[in-house]
Design a protein. Structure first.
Length: 534
């Protein structure tokens, strides 16, 4: 545990990529397999299941430290992070003789707490407070509260492992895919240069695209004849694996989506064994028309799907790439060859698993015109891919681009504010905006991003000086500030007071040139729906 805490502090105290990789490389080189497995699991962004309720943690810690609950709550409110508050408040102990490893602490002291009744849970939790010095306690509480983040990407973890064990990074990236149990066996297999082939269910790392923002950027790409283009769909990115008569569907977030898409499992039986496809799960009509993402949301995360829902929201898998063909990894072949292989394994009569439509623009202006029709197709924009591109690992430069349509925008008025979390715990950074309806401002969207640090400081000062009422941590403010909000789409929603819900709202800019009375109305927003633009 000491070594993992030292690694955490090293990673937390530097912004240099090479220094982070070096710290992880050194840790993995010397860690035993069980500790290494858990370190990989945590550094790649995985979290422990909920162990102790946060409310109980606050109550028990205040009691242990002999401070009034209200005082501990004030400290927590000021610091903003429960783990950091606890590490600051709890008296530090000397644990020089404590040589427990990371795996031992998690397996024997943290995870067992979940299965205990409240009294036993309290005893075990207080034992933790008296067993670890401040830095280690801080890391442990980050794990328990689900707030463990240390500023390293999965790619950096992959690079560190590759360097520590002298393996190709693409091999490590592939082996890391899927739901691996964090145990010594899997870690040894991960770093073994002679490890056998991957399990039949294991997906490949996803290839990701760069973003384009303007037509001028498109024209810098070179000759349009060197590219494919296709719609950028708003669905669930997935890999469909067909091996040894079995089908596995993996989301980009490495979730094995078992039994969620029964029609795709059935349709995949027409796919040859030894095939891995990359594409997008979309809600469709029986005729193949793409439905809004809000329809697809009705199917997401359902373990069982009723016949009624299957009938109301059928889905299809639109395939844009093939990663494995006849059991052979074809990711290093150029895209135009992979496209031919893709078409050879798909049956044109299979409407549930079908290839995407490909455009061959003769000019960039032609693609600009195609992109303008994205919303009519219920697409987010277009994808642009080099014909000779290989299928890389992670976000690649200069091979794939996504060019989204311009977002919808609305000028709205700040009406509520709440303090943020972590480093922004002392600033009002969580905002609720309203639009006009019959002379009143109705809540329309919440937004947390888009302002610069200087603008956040100005808004924070405004909120403190113009608070009209308080509702717990929320402040109602004098409606003066107008912001232009951007969002990808809207839909009708009976759960919201305005009657609509927004998709990915964020602040585009502060409209200093507008008064609150000049902000948009709810009718303006509904017009976007009526125009068929959402």
């Amino acid at each position: 545990m000491k070594k993992f805490t030292q690694l955490f502090l090293q990673l937390d105290q530097t912004t240099k990529t090479n220094a982070k990789v070096a710290a992880m490389r050194d840790y993995f080189s010397h860690a035993n397999a069980a500790d290494g497995a858990w370190a990989v699991h945590l550094l790649c962004g995985n979290k422990l299941p909920t162990i102790v309720a946060r409310k109980l943690i606050r109550s028990w810690t205040a009691e242990y430290c002999e401070v009034p609950t209200w005082l501990f709550e004030e400290c927590h409110h000021t610091v903003g992070d429960l783990a950091e508050t606890l590490a600051l408040v709890v008296p530090s102990v000397n644990n020089e003789g404590n040589e427990q490893g990371l795996e031992e602490v998690i397996r024997q002291q943290l995870l067992p707490l979940r299965r205990l009744d409240e009294g036993e849970q309290k005893t075990g939790f207080l034992r933790l407070l008296s067993s670890f010095e401040r830095d280690q306690l801080f890391v442990l509480m980050k794990l328990i509260t689900g707030g463990f983040r240390v500023g390293v990407s999965r790619g950096l973890v992959t690079r560190a492992l590759a360097e520590a064990f002298e393996l190709p990074t693409n091999v490590v990236a592939h082996r890391l895919m899927g739901n691996r149990a964090p145990d010594a066996f899997n870690f040894r297999r991960l770093v073994d240069p002679d490890a056998a082939e991957t399990a039949i269910s294991q997906p490949y790392p996803f290839c990701l695209a760069q973003s384009l923002s303007a037509a001028a950027d498109v024209e810098t790409l070179g000759a349009p004849q060197e590219y494919f283009a296709e719609w950028k769909w708003d669905g669930i990115r997935a890999q469909l694996i067909r091996r040894q008569g079995q089908t596995f569907l993996w989301s980009r977030g490495e979730e094995l989506m078992e039994d969620q898409w029964p029609e795709l499992n059935t349709a995949s039986e027409q796919i040859p064994n030894g095939t891995v496809l990359d594409g997008e799960i979309l809600a469709t009509t029986d005729e193949g028309e793409i439905l809004p993402f809000s329809s697809l949301q009705r199917r997401i995360r359902r373990k069982t799907v009723s016949r009624k829902l299957l009938s109301e929201v059928p889905v299809a898998f639109l395939v844009f790439d093939i990663l494995e063909c006849e059991g052979i990894d074809v990711r290093d072949r150029p895209l135009f060859e992979r496209r031919q292989a893709l078409l050879s394994v798909l049956d044109e009569r299979n409407r549930k698993i079908r290839p995407t439509e490909v455009f061959d623009p003769r000019s960039w202006q032609e693609l600009v015109n195609i992109r303008q029709g994205s919303r009519d197709e219920r697409a987010e924009g277009v994808m642009i891919k080099r014909r000779d591109s290989v299928y890389g690992v992670g976000r690649q430069r200069d091979i794939w681009w996504k060019w989204k349509v311009d977002p919808m925008t609305v000028d709205a008025v700040l009406i509520y504010a709440q303090k943020g979390r972590g480093k922004r715990a002392n600033l009002f950074t969580d905002y609720t905006f309203g639009v006009w309806k019959d002379g009143d401002l109705v809540p329309f969207a919440k937004a947390y991003s888009g302002l610069s640090d200087a603008e956040i400081a100005k808004v924070d000062r405004f909120v403190r000086q113009h608070t009209e009422d308080k509702f717990g941590p929320v402040r109602r403010v004098d409606p003066q500030l107008v912001m232009e909000l951007a969002f990808e789409g809207i839909q009708r929603s009976s759960r919201h007071k305005s009657g609509i819900a927004t998709r990915f709202p964020r602040i585009l800019r502060w409209r200093h040139d507008k008064s609150a009375q000049q902000a948009n109305t709810l009718d303006d927003v509904l017009q976007l729906l009526d125009d068929g633009k959402a």
